[in-house]
Design a protein around this ligand. Sequence first.
Ligand code: ZN
Length: 131
Amino acid sequence: MNDCLFCKIISGELPAYIVYEDELVLGFLDIQPVNPGHVLIAPKVHFADMLDIDEKYLCAIGEAIPKVARKVLEAVGAKDFNVGVNNGELAGQLIPHLHFHIMPRFEGDGHQLFKGKEVSSNDLRDLAAKL
Ligand code: ZN
């Protein structure tokens, strides 16, 4: 996709702070980090989201995440991190090229996780039956 920001980073057309690269995956610093060391891991081929991606690339991302996370944690002096994927516009996906976030966490960093909602066991049972 010619107009995709991440495809342009992957092709070298746009600059990025690249921190990881293998045959299938590129890792680079998020320019609007939630914390220092916030890295994006993206497939080198354009896939819109988790429903679109080729399994081979997803496996490569799964292998890259712990490798990159170990380096990030050491570099920024953190021991914990979140891995996140925003899948689609309502989920907060800003760039429509699948990417995983590695976000180091620090005591009192103010980064909020979503809270679960109360739900009845009947609703859980009904939903589980649909799945
Ligand atoms: Zn793309």
